[in-house]
Design a protein around this ligand. Sequence first.
Ligand code: AMP
Length: 249
Amino acid sequence: MKILVPVKRVIDYNVKVRVKADQSGVELANVKMAMNPFDEIAVEQALRIKEAGQADEVVLVSVGPTQSQETIRTGLAMGADRGIHIEAAHETEPLAVAKLLKAVIEREEPGLVLCGKQAIDDDSNQTGQMLSALLGWSQATFASGVELAGDKAKIIREVDGGLEHITVSMPTVVSVDLRLNEPRYASLPNIMKAKKKPIDSVSVEELGVDITSRLQVLKVEEPEARAAGIKVGSVNELVEKLKNEAKVI
Ligand code: AMP
C-alpha cells in the first residue's frame, strides 16, 4: 500500500509574522519558511506505518512555489520515498489544493492519505475534509492515534469532550493532531540520501484543475495589542479583583 502525505510550505512557527504595509497579506520576503508542523507529524506517522510493514511507499505532495521542493526534501530526509511538486502561487486556497490532490490521488492510487489537521498560515482546517468529500472516501479528523487493521483504520480522535474511537474503511483521508507522535529529526546520512530521491514536477494545467480563487481577502490586520497583565499577591486578592474589578464572579 502507498501512503500519500500532502506537505505545505509555511512561515516557520518561530517567526513573528508581520502584516504587509498595504494590508493585502503577510510579509513573505526574506522570511524563514518550514514544513507545516502538523504535516511533519503526518510524515512521521506514514514512516512508522511503513516501518511496521503495513505500507511500502510514502509519497509527499506539495502545492506551492518552486521553493516548496525544499519542503518536500525535508520530508524525504526524514525517510519518505519520493515527492511530487505541483507548481502554484502561495495563496492557493483549500478547495483548489483539495482538487489538485484529488487529481494526483487518481494517478497514484494510495490506500491512505495522511494530512495535517490545519496549515498554521491560513488555519483553514478544510483541505482534508474537502479532499475526502471530492474523492467520496471516508475521513477521520484530529487523529491522535492511527492503527491499520486490514481494510480498516482504527482512529482515536481528539474532540472537545475527550477522545473518540472510530473505525473507518480504507482508502481514507486522516488529518493528524499534535499529540499523535513526536516527529524524528533527519540524520545527516538521510539528508544526503534525500538529495538523490526523485521529485516529479506536475503543472496545474496537466492536472486539468481550475484553481481560480473563490475567496477574496479584504484586509489583513495585526491583532490588537493586549494590555500588560498584573501579578496578585494572594488568592484572596485575586478573588477580590475578579469580583470587584473584573466583575466576572
Ligand atoms: P488547511 O486546510 O489549509 O488548514 O490545511 C490542512 C492540511 O492540508 C495541511 O496540514 C496539509 O497537509 C494539506 N495542505 C494544505 N495546503 C497544502 C499545500 N499547498 N500543499 C500541500 N498540502 C497542503
